[in-house]
Design a binder for this molecule. Structure first.
Ligand SMILES: [Zn+2]
Length: 414
């Protein structure tokens, strides 16, 4: 712990100023409501997740948040996680449950038709909702919730494609964290331990652990990040790579994972047709980049203490007319900013000082003022909240600079 973290505000404290989410006892604990500011942030994160997924050759799917209990018996979740799942709902002869993971549905998407070796790898991406029956005592803010909205990808590939797919997934997980500005601590390679019940053959484990290790070494060669091996930390169904970070309180946390799975392809009998016409078992890889919307928003709020990077800010520009005489010019400026795709609003209620203080409290990126001098010269006076710098410039120039920064997910180059 450093000195800074002692005074750092928790995301729940920051939420008082930022109105990202609300909770209501009537909705239930652990079920936050995303307010407009939170939805704006989340939209940007979902867009980033999709951009990265599409760059990686993923295709989108949509699957239901609930399914028959039999689906999760087949996947093994019912045996392992029933205690963390919501109780089943009776529906005629069936019982349906809220899903504890998106993987079984994606396995069914793969299984919906035959695949040839030439089609592989197939990478399915979904911003999927999954559920945990957390006790009301442990849920808190966005950190522990009962509905988790996860940027989730499942790759179906041949054994000889595993190393490439793992490298691609790890590279993308690191890219996402770099764009978000969340510093990664190290990458953990979780391996099988001695004894215990591990699914799959010795040879399968040997080959896949080596594939993960060499892929990680290759990706990390250009990075200043350590690869640390953890024997016995693998899931029972396969080895994995975990991207580890430290939160504001110095606690270690896994934010993204690349996980091999020998289990689901067996459970769902997932195969592909090889060149010789035989049916071969496909390999399944679970991978994430941006992570869960709840966890990443909490982490971002705490990392930036509410002052999010320009591309993520719920309100990017607030335009303040000095007096009623400047209302029209302010509205026209907001219209032009919005037409350029930026999140802008006008605030004309109360004294100028009070409006400036309010914009600061809400961590608005740019505070733009239009008074007599600006209106006469066709200018706008802008204060950049990230460094407090102030300048007057033409509205078109402001729009051009802001739109460029937004498109590139970078700070404004004044
Ligand atoms: Zn999965």
């Amino acid at each position: 712990m450093n000195d800074h973290s002692a005074e750092a505000l928790d995301h729940r404290d920051l939420n008082h100023d930022l109105d990202v989410f609300a909770t209501d006892p009537l909705a239930g604990s652990g079920l936050p409501l995303w307010l407009p500011a939170g939805a704006a942030i989340r939209n940007e994160l979902q867009r980033l997740a999709k951009d990265i997924a599409h760059d990686d050759g993923c295709v989108d799917v949509y699957t239901p948040v609930l399914g028959k209990r039999a689906l999760f018996e087949r996947s093994g979740h019912w045996t392992k996680f029933a205690a963390d799942m919501f109780p089943p709902m009776k529906l005629g002869e069936d019982e349906v449950v809220l899903r504890p993971a998106n993987c079984p549905h994606h396995a069914l998407v793969y299984a919906s038709r035959q695949h040839s070796y030439r089609e592989l790898p197939i990478r399915l991406n979904e911003l999927g909702a999954m559920f945990r029956a957390e006790r009301s005592g442990v849920v808190s803010g966005l950190q522990r919730v009962r509905q988790i909205n996860l940027d989730d990808t499942h790759v179906f590939c041949r054994a000889d494609q595993v190393a490439d797919e793992v490298a691609r997934a790890l590279r993308s997980a690191l890219r996402a964290q770099r764009i978000l500005g969340l510093p990664v601590d190290y990458v953990r390679l979780s391996l099988r331990g001695e004894g215990g019940s591990w699914l799959g053959s010795d040879e399968q484990w040997q080959t896949s652990q080596n594939a993960l290790r060499s892929a990680a070494e290759q990706v990390l060669a250009g990075e200043d990040l350590a690869l640390i091996e953890a024997v016995g930390e693998a899931a029972f169904y396969g080895p994995k790579l975990d991207v580890q970070v430290r939160d504001g309180r110095g606690q270690e946390e896994t934010i993204a994972t690349v996980q091999l799975d020998f289990n689901q392809p067996e459970n769902f009998n997932l195969t592909y047709q090889a060149a010789d016409g035989s049916h071969q078992r496909v390999v399944m890889i679970h991978r994430g980049t941006v992570g869960s919307m709840e966890r990443v928003v909490a982490a971002l709020l705490e990392r930036y203490q509410g002052r999010l990077p320009f591309w993520l800010a719920p309100v990017q520009v607030v335009v303040l007319p000095v007096s009623e005489a400047h209302d029209e010019a302010a509205r026209a400026a907001v219209d032009a900013l919005r037409a350029a795709g930026l999140r802008a609003e006008v605030d004309h209620d109360g004294s100028l000082g009070a409006r400036i203080r309010d914009a600061r409290r809400r961590r608005v990126s740019l505070v733009a003022v239009i008074g007599d001098r600006e209106a006469a010269a066709g200018l706008i006076q802008v204060t950049d909240g990230s460094d407090g710098s102030r300048r007057s410039l033409a509205l078109e120039e402001l729009i051009a600079k802001a739109a460029l920064a937004y498109a590139n997910r970078e700070p404004i180059a004044w």
